[in-house]
Each structure stands twice: as C-alpha cells, then as structure tokens.
Design a binder for this molecule. Structure first.
Ligand SMILES: O=C(O)c1cc(=O)[nH]c(=O)n1[C@@H]1O[C@H](COP(=O)(O)O)[C@@H](O)[C@H]1O
Length: 248
C-alpha cells in the first residue's frame, strides 16, 4: 500500500520527506525547525547534531510535533546495540537505525529489545551508504557491486526481523519486488535535477525515487542549504502530490 495513504490515516504528515537536520548546534537546528511545519515533513537527527546537542534536542523537536528519525547508525556488539535502541525508544523517536553489516545477531538483538518497548520506533538498517560506489567497496574487500551488496544486506535485515532498510533509490524497485510492499525503503542520496551531488554517489530525484518504490526520502543539503529552504520543500511536496494524483 502507498505509505502516503497510510500516514494520512494515522493523522500525521502525508509527506514522505525526512529533512536531515545536519546542523552544528541546537540553536541552529531549532531555528531551522521553527520555520518548518510538522504537517509538511519529518525530521532526521544524525551524528553531527546529536553529538553537539544530545537527547534533549530530540525531545524538543518531538515536543514541537515532529516525528523524529534518530540516525545514529548503531554498529556494535549485539547487547550494546540492543540497549542503545531501547534508549532511542525511551526518547520517543519514530524511527532508529543500525548498520546491517553488524550482522544477523546484532540486528535480531535490536529487534527483540524493541519488541518489549511500549512504543517501539521503526527499526531499519543501513545497507550500503549512498556515498559509496564500487571502488569504495573494493577498497574494503567487498568485490560485488553496491547493488548486489544492498540486496544481500536487505535480505539479511528482513530475515532478522527489522522493518526496513536505508538504501539508495537506485535499488528500490528490485528491493520492493524481492522483499514485499511492507518492508520500508528509506532513501537518502536524493537530489533535485539541478542540485550538486556533493559527496553522494547513488542519487535520484524525489519523484523518480518514489516511482522506484521508496517509502521515505531523506533530504538534507538540497533543502537546508538552499536560499529558500521552505520554497524548495514546498515545491518537492507539490511535485509529490501531483505524482500521487496522477497515479490515482
Ligand atoms: O542513514 C542515513 O540517513 C544515511 C544513509 C546513507 O546511506 N546515506 C546518507 O546520506 N544518509 C544520511 O542522509 C543525509 C543526506 O544528506 P544530504 O546528502 O545533505 O541530502 C545525511 O544526514 C546522511 O547522514
């Protein structure tokens, strides 16, 4: 089923956009969030902001009505990751992630830990970072293509009982048909037709990503570094609505 319709039913934002709040201070992040409307997007708090501002900032964003994706990409021994995921659940986040390369036992421990929480966040696993291409994988001893490695890790993630993966939109269509409609695909590496790729390598535009099967779009710099961030977000949401309407 289309996630936009599901989200509407739950009474939260109908937009699949997760704005990556990659800011260096709590003040900068809160000033930016003040300009955003929880009806228009969710927010992602990652390593830079969390290291600078800590859990309190996550709670402040949630108190303003935003659903928060805590993107700390946990990767450690199973017990440590399971406990960290429980802490994320206690913070009230909507989604949390781990690295799929931590393996089955690590991912299952995280899923089991969240199963005992009263309000478990969605638990997803990063497959191959969208900044990586074949040459980067080869240097760390992975000689299959990024595509093949994503498929392998996504399969392992589903078998370990998680809700979905972070992947590039370039892998979305195959993952949807292989792993089913309910398995969530969260896709960073989203770029507008005229935006710079920056350090991203496996990129796609917002509507093309949804068309390929992405459920959620993580978008940072194309919005946060734009001259008119709200205008860019509103244009992206308008394009998405037009695409939805065209699909019926
Ligand atoms: O887990 C993530 O969110 C993530 C995974 C991945 O493979 N690639 C990736 O870019 N991200 C995050 O998504 C955001 C992308 O930001 P922009 O490249 O500025 O749009 C950053 O906050 C990254 O940390």
């Amino acid at each position: 089923m289309n996630p936009l319709i599901l989200d509407n039913a739950a009474g939260v934002t109908a937009s699949p956009v997760l704005v990556a709040l990659d800011f260096a201070t709590a003040d900068a992040a809160l000033a930016f969030a003040t300009r955003l409307d929880p009806a228009e997007c969710r927010l992602k708090v990652g390593k830079e902001l969390f290291t600078a501002a800590g859990p309190q900032l996550v709670e402040q964003l949630a108190a303003r009505g935003f659903q928060v994706f805590l993107d700390l990409k946990f990767h450690d021994i199973p017990n440590t990751v399971a406990q960290a995921c429980k802490m994320a659940a206690d913070l009230g986040v909507w989604m949390v992630n781990v690295h799929a390369s931590g393996g089955r036992r690590m991912m299952s421990a995280a899923a089991d830990a969240l199963a005992h929480c009263s309000q478990p966040p969605l638990l997803i696993a990063v497959t191959v970072l969208t900044s990586m291409e074949a040459a980067d994988l080869a240097e760390i001893g992975i000689t299959v293509s990024p595509h093949e490695q994503v498929l392998r890790l996504a399969q392992l993630t589903r078998d370990s009982g998680l809700d979905g993966v972070v992947c590039s939109a370039q892998e979305a269509s195959e993952l949807k048909s292989l792993l089913g409609q309910d398995f969530k695909l969260v896709t960073p590496g989203i770029r507008l037709a005229d935006s710079a790729a920056d350090d991203q390598r496996r990129v796609m535009t917002p509507v093309a990503a949804l068309e390929a099967g992405a459920d959620y779009l993580v978008i940072g710099r194309p919005i946060t570094r734009a001259e008119d961030p709200l205008g860019v977000l509103s244009d992206i949401n308008a394009d998405i609505r037009a695409w939805q309407q065209a699909r019926g």
